[in-house]
Design a protein around this ligand. Sequence first.
Ligand SMILES: Nc1ncnc2c1ncn2[C@@H]1O[C@H](COP(=O)(O)OP(=O)(O)OP(=O)(O)O)[C@@H](O)[C@H]1O
Length: 388
Amino acid sequence: MNGARAGASAGDVRTAAGGEPAAVAVHAEVAARGLRLDVEARPGRVLGVLGPNGAGKSTLLALVAGLAAPSSGTVHVAGRLVAGPRTWVPPHDRRVTLLAQDPLLFPHLTALDNVAFGPRAAGTGRRDADRLALELLGQVGCADLAERRPAALSGGQSQRVALARALAPDPEVVLLDEPLSALDVGSAAEMRHLLRGVLRGSGRTAVLVTHDLLDVLAVADDVVVLDGGTVVEAGPVGEVLTRPRSRFAAELAGVNLVLGHLAADEDAVIAPAVNRGAEADKTSPPPLVVHGLVDAGCVPGEAVAATFGPRAVSVHRTPPGGSPRNAVPVRVGALERQGDLVRVRGTAATGHALAADITPASVTALDLAPGTEVLFSVKTAEVTIFQA
Ligand SMILES: Nc1ncnc2c1ncn2[C@@H]1O[C@H](COP(=O)(O)OP(=O)(O)OP(=O)(O)O)[C@@H](O)[C@H]1O
């Protein structure tokens, strides 16, 4: 990014190596909302932000954009302190732009003028601003719509123009708050593809809040998962989704996740009972033990996670032959369509939610219904155990 930067001040930060600072660094609390966020976005990368409703995703963007103030802590953009004790940089001076669910285009301006608005307001001459706007409209596939007003654009087209407008001031960081959620499936798929092309690998830095794992897989380089107002996972997308440590990320990644500690004398996770609700006051069941392939470096007794895909799980009415080491009694909860398969969701006596994907023919043959008691079995070789 080449725009003018604010001069260094006492609040500025540099990386330990003296190189580029984090594009965004939020280490802040918003006490009124019960949030304590520690999130950093690396320059030139797209950070996906996932989490259930109320996790704090929009508040994270609001802190960066200057639409919410931390009750304590700091917010930096490209190394510059923009919010903190005795510091408040107003939104228009933060060099960030926000693209929300609603494109919020100026209704009386053409698409071109909407995109040129930011650069013009920052002092760029009309001719240069128009040239830049046309180039950006081209990047988002809307060059032929330059003279149209928002009323004559579809929802998908409006959102593309809004993306061009967000990019036009050459911000340090583009913030995107569920930019696809108001679009129909077809337009959302096109916009996702476009975001990937315009953001990923472009050298631009973006923070993308979404509910949809597909958006993260398609667009983001890194991901943070928020839950209950705090960060529960952070790292490169592939790492977080193949090695999820939180239940939410595991659900998103579509894998079974069992958290516990590594057994002393076998390759297994020992997982105590979880979330048993009304069952909790009855005698605790023995822990769930899941055998698997243990990552090098794991030490007995330390916190570990076991993951395995639902397709690796087979479902039985009676104990399977060959005495597999992982055969867990489960009560079937729900049966859901999962492509050509059926996802059988069940709960172990320990309260662990587990899932198996099997064929519709197997569901019929096993006569499965909510409440059926079955055994889920999974081969040791299909289970990965790693540090949590
Ligand atoms: N303007 C506000 N004033 C006070 N509390 C708020 C405000 N906006 C959000 N909150 C609260 O802050 C917490 C985090 O909300 P936030 O909107 O950041 O979550 P989110 O992850 O974006 O949720 P969603 O996915 O539902 O949009 C919630 O408890 C919410 O009720």
